[in-house]
Design a protein around this ligand. Structure first.
Ligand SMILES: [Zn+2]
Length: 381
C-alpha cells in the first residue's frame, strides 16, 4: 500500500504548483483578474457604444446559426462542454454533492463530503476517492451523439478546439485528439506518481485495473501514490488551459456551449473572451450564463443575453445536448454524416477490442468491463 505521508509535503506541493508555471507566467489569480478586466472592458465599450458589435447571425435561432456555419465566414468553432454532454452516456456529474453518491461514503468518515476531491486530504487518505472512482467507473466508455458531433466539426475542418470540464475521456474515445482538446479539469486518461522526483506516467488501463480491483494505485518505481490527472480542489488548472485560451478565443467565429450551467470559474468566464461579434450558441436543458437581470436591464453585464431588446448574438436551444446536436446537424445537411459516425463509433465500442484511441496498451490491452463494475454503476443511479 502506498502511504502518501511518507513523502515530505513540501516536495509534493512543489510538484503541483511548479509544473503548470513552466508554461505560463501568470498565476491563476492573475488570470482571473484578467478575465475580470475583460468583463470591464466589454462593459464600458458596450455601454459607451465603443467598438463594433456586429450582428453576424441573420436570426437568433438554431436555423440562423446553421446558415452562419454554412457561410464562408465561420471557420473557427470552439466548443465548451460540461457534465451535461455525458449524462446520456450514464456518467453522473462526478463532483456534484447531492447526487446520492456521497451517502455511500459514510464508512470513510469524511470530515465533509468535498474533502474527497481535496488534494491535501487525498494524499493522506486516498481510499475514499478510489472507492468513489470504482463506483462511478463506467461499464464501458461510450461517447454520446454530442461527442460525435464535435468529431464531425473536426472532420469538416471547423473545430478550433474543444474546452471540456469533463474528466471521463469520452471526447478522446469519440476521436478528438490531444491537440483538439483542453481538458480544463484534467482527465482520467493518464495518471502520474505524486512523487516530485519520480512523476512516472501511467495509462488508463493501468489505473482502471487498480481501481476495479480495489487496490490503491502505487508507483512501480518508488511506491508512492499514483493519482489520475484530474484537477483536485487546491490544484491549479492545467497550464494549457491558460495558454490556449489566449490564442483561441480572440479568433473564434462561433462558440458552442453545451451541457454546462456556466457556474464554475474560471471555465465559465471563457464565454466573455470571444470577440463582441462572435455568436454564442448554448445547447442546454436550461438557459445559463446570463447577466444579472437587474444589471441586464440597465444595459450592464457581459453575460449571455438571449432575450433582451439588446440581444444580438446569443442563441439558447433548450434541449438535451444530443437532441440539439441532431437538430443542428439536420439543418446543416450533415445528418447522414453524423449517423455514420455514431454507428461507426458504436460498432467500435461494442467490438471486443474496443478501446480508447491511441491507447498505449496494444491490441489486447482493454479488458471487457467486469459485471461487477456495471452492476455497481446501475446501483449508483
Ligand atoms: Zn514514483
Amino acid at each position: 500500500m502506498a502511504d502518501a505521508s511518507e513523502h515530505p509535503e513540501c516536495s509534493e506541493d512543489k510538484e503541483f504548483t511548479s509544473e503548470p508555471e513552466e508554461e505560463t507566467k501568470s498565476s491563476p489569480e492573475e488570470e482571473e483578474e484578467e478575465v475580470d478586466m475583460d468583463v470591464l472592458r466589454n462593459l464600458f465599450s458596450r455601454t459607451l457604444g465603443l467598438g463594433s458589435a456586429d450582428k453576424v447571425l441573420d436570426e437568433l435561432s438554431l436555423e440562423g446559426v446553421a446558415r452562419y456555419i454554412k457561410s464562408d465566414k465561420c471557420k473557427n468553432i470552439i466548443c465548451m462542454v460540461g457534465a451535461g454532454i455525458s449524462t446520456s452516456a450514464g456518467i453522473p456529474d462526478f463532483r456534484s454533492p447531492g447526487t446520492g453518491l456521497y451517502a455511500n461514503l459514510k464508512k470513510y468518515n469524511l470530515p465533509y463530503p468535498e474533502a474527497i476531491f481535496q488534494i491535501d486530504y487525498f494524499k493522506k487518505h486516498p481510499e475514499p476517492f478510489f472507492a468513489l472512482a470504482k463506483e462511478l467507473y463506467p461499464g464501458q466508455f461510450k461517447p454520446t451523439v454530442c461527442h460525435y458531433f464535435m468529431k464531425l466539426l473536426k472532420d469538416k475542418g471547423l473545430l478550433k478546439r474543444c474546452y471540456t470540464q469533463n474528466i471521463d475521456t469520452l471526447e478522446r474515445v469519440a476521436g478528438l485528439e490531444g491537440d483538439d482538446l483542453i481538458e480544463a479539469h484534467g482527465t482520467f486518461y493518464s495518471s502520474h506518481c505524486v512523487s516530485y522526483s519520480c512523476h512516472k506516467e501511467y495509462n488508463l488501463d493501468w489505473m482502471k485495473d487498480k481501481i476495479l480491483s480495489d487496490r490503491i494505485p502505487s508507483c512501480d518505481e518508488c511506491s508512492s501514490l499514483v493519482k489520475p490527472d484530474i484537477v483536485f480542489f487546491g490544484e491549479n488548472l492545467p497550464a494549457r488551459f491558460f495558454t490556449s485560451m489566449k490564442m483561441d478565443f480572440p479568433s473564434c467565429d462561433l462558440l458552442i456551449i453545451m451541457g454546462t450551467s456556466l457556474q464554475v470559474q474560471p471555465f465559465a468566464g471563457l464565454v466573455g473572451r470571444v470577440s463582441k461579434s462572435c455568436p454564442r450558441l448554448l445547447i442546454n436543458m436550461e438557459k445559463a450564463g446570463q447577466a444579472d437581470p437587474l444589471l441586464g436591464l440597465l444595459g450592464f453585464g457581459s453575460g449571455m443575453d438571449f432575450d433582451s431588446d439588446k440581444a444580438y448574438r446569443d442563441v439558447a436551444h433548450i434541449s438535451t445536448c444530443d437532441d440539439g446536436c441532431l437538430a443542428l446537424a439536420d439543418l446543416l445537411g450533415w445528418k447522414e454524416d453524423l449517423d455514420a459516425l455514431v454507428k461507426q463509433g458504436k460498432n467500435w465500442c461494442d467490438s471486443p477490442g474496443g478501446k480508447t484511441k491511441d491507447d498505449e496498451g496494444g491490441e489486447t490491452a482493454d479488458k471487457p468491463s467486469t459485471a461487477s463494475a456495471k452492476q455497481q454503476e446501475e446501483e449508483s443511479r
